[in-house]
Design a protein around this ligand. Sequence first.
Ligand code: AMP
Length: 216
Amino acid sequence: MRALILFGPPGCGKGTQASRLERAFGLKQLSTGDLLRDAVSSGTQIGQEAEAIMARGDLVPDRIVIALISMAIDQIRDQKGFILDGFPRTLGQAEALDELLTAKDLALDHVIEMTVDDDALVDRVTGRFSCEACGEGYHEVSKPPRLEGQCDRCGARKFKRRADDNAETVRKRLEKYHSKTAPVLPYYGKQGVLTAVNGMEDIDQVAAQIDAVLTG
Ligand code: AMP
């Protein structure tokens, strides 16, 4: 089973690239943000605990996301591999992930850091929205639907925005990225699994850089 981490700040394109890799390489996207949003919308105990924290742009406690990701990996044991999107976000999570992987007899193949300037990130996140039916992602400026008001992929006419994709919360999330998450990078640098790609390029060029790492 292949294990890959897409690492980078909110809005760097992790989700877009992870769902593309899911289709191209048959790897399963595991996004702690998606797992938490599902928990919030189904009103579970974890969801109730996480909702206000997420709305503020703070980090959900390590014990919660570690438990979620461990269960998610166990559920996909028959697949070719997985891409972690949005996890780990702290050194504690990175260390717990190593323990988890060792216990499950798995190892990390690559950690791909997607680098993007902070100013570009705020615009990317505040302008994004997605199809309510199929989840296809859009952006007001860089990727509007080809036909206004209609999803390119499935034709649905309803779109949604994340509650935490507003300018104030994005700044808080970026601050957390720099103070808690970016310091994890040297941990993976020392393990020899880290590669940086330029996330400022357009989606296809970023995809080509990532594919070169995976197939290289
Ligand atoms: P994301 O969809 O990755 O942008 O995550 C949305 C929100 O979920 C974050 O701002 C955090 O509040 C929470 N979250 C997602 N993943 C993690 C994680 N690994 N550790 C802590 N909080 C997380």
